[in-house]
Design a protein around this ligand. Structure first.
Ligand code: CA
Length: 398
């Protein structure tokens, strides 16, 4: 138990301790951990310059042994009441702090690992044919995204402009089919060596923690541009991540065996230890919960994603982010994107104010949340990720 007065039922309890970057009046950005309604300012209590930096990268690069030691020291500071006089002055009321992007994103890769999502998209985009493409059950399919436009929760999302095909005519203008994708992202701490694939068994040696991801997507731009090389401008305008990075160790109680896979994966993709997670996501649109996607049934687990991403000798670097792909379940209210929830606009959502949505409108706010079982038998949360849609700025003919 912590000596800090945390609200009953908090999901930022002593068994979570997510890391973030915060600032407040008179103090520039630095590292902190969330505990209840407070942020512990780490630099003064851990007496190490790595915590005074404005990003997690330097801490993350030190590797798993240091991550575990650091977490144990923070737990000790917050549970041993004799530490209180020294630690209390460095607890910041979270409502007085500003949160920042928690780490500098190196490379960003986005997978496509939910069977239900891939099947739904196949049925929507290629009706009448086999929804899964031939490679899907053999490898975790992915594309490279744009790391420079990964933004922290709270950042406004300007509606993108681009080319699309409307009634057989190619035109340029604001996207009319702006969508969300609810995903879970994994943050690489310790780098790997070029030429040395990372086996599934080494997942926890490299992955520091977990964030929530909203992979904003312009479906009309995507439909016109995606063949043959995959998504490009339809997704590169913005990707939102949570401000808090939950350490992998905090999710021990949420770990599950992965879903069975048919056919059995090739040997380099065989799972060594359970790295599925019992996370339940939640999508809120303008104050209404519209879906609760289950992450526990993800077909390709993140250990397999990391093994696949490095199987050709490509290395990962500190700050790399790889996301799961849209998380969807079997049920309608478990789908992780509007294109699935409204079946490409055929079945619009009706909101409590009487309006309908097929895709996002200017002024809409989307918030993603996720919870998981914690080590003490309660629930912990990932940091939520929110963004609101701003009007397009298309230049001279916009
Ligand atoms: Ca995606």
């Amino acid at each position: 138990m912590t000596w800090i007065d945390v609200p009953a039922g908090t999901r930022f309890g002593i068994d979570n301790l997510p890391y973030g970057v915060f600032s407040r009046a008179g103090h520039g950005p630095r590292l902190g951990v969330a505990i209840g309604d407070h942020i512990l300012d780490l630099a003064p209590v851990l007496d190490d310059g790595v915590f005074a930096q404005p990003a997690l990268n330097a801490l993350m690069s030190r590797g798993r042994r240091v991550w575990r030691e650091t977490r144990a020291r923070i737990v000790d500071l917050l549970t041993d009441a004799t530490r209180r006089p020294r630690v209390q002055p460095h607890l910041v009321d979270a409502s007085t702090a500003t949160l920042h992007r928690p780490f500098v994103v190196s490379d960003y890769v986005d997978f496509y690992s939910s069977l239900e999502h891939a099947r739904n998209l196949g049925e929507i985009l290629r009706p009448g044919s086999e929804p899964l493409l031939p490679n899907w059950r053999h490898m975790p399919v992915a594309y490279h995204g744009r790391s420079g436009t990964v933004v922290p929760s709270g950042t406004g999302i300007t509606r993108p402009c681009g080319q699309s095909l409307v009634d057989g005519q190619v035109s340029f203008g604001p996207s009319r089919r702006l969508d969300i994708e609810a995903e879970v992202g994994f943050v690489v701490g310790a780098p790997s060596q070029r030429g040395e694939p990372v086996p599934t068994s080494a997942f926890a040696d490299h992955v520091f923690g977990v964030v929530l991801v909203n992979d904003w997507s312009a479906r009309d731009l995507q439909a016109w541009e995606y063949q043959p090389l995959g998504p490009f401008l339809a997704k590169s305008f913005a990707t939102s991540i949570s401000n808090w990075v939950v350490p992998l160790d905090a999710l021990d109680a949420a770990r599950l065996d992965g879903r069975s896979q048919d056919p059995a994966p090739l040997p380099y993709l065989a799972r060594a230890t359970p790295w599925a997670f019992d996370l339940t996501l939640e999508i809120e649109l303008d104050g209404t919960i519209i879906s609760r996607p289950p992450f526990r049934n993800l077909y390709w687990t993140p250990d397999q994603q990391l093994a696949h991403m490095t199987a050709n000798g490509a290395c990962v670097r500190t700050g790399d982010l790889f996301a799961s792909g849209t998380v969807s379940g079997e049920l309608r209210d478990e789908r992780g994107s509007l294109i699935e929830l409204t079946w490409n606009g055929r079945d619009p959502l009706r909101l409590p104010d009487g309006t309908e949505r097929s895709f996002l409108e200017d002024g809409d706010t989307v918030t993603l949340r996720a919870t998981a079982p914690s080590a003490t038998g309660g629930q912990l949360a990932l940091g939520d990720v929110t963004g609101n849609v701003l009007p397009a700025r298309c230049g001279s003919d916009g």
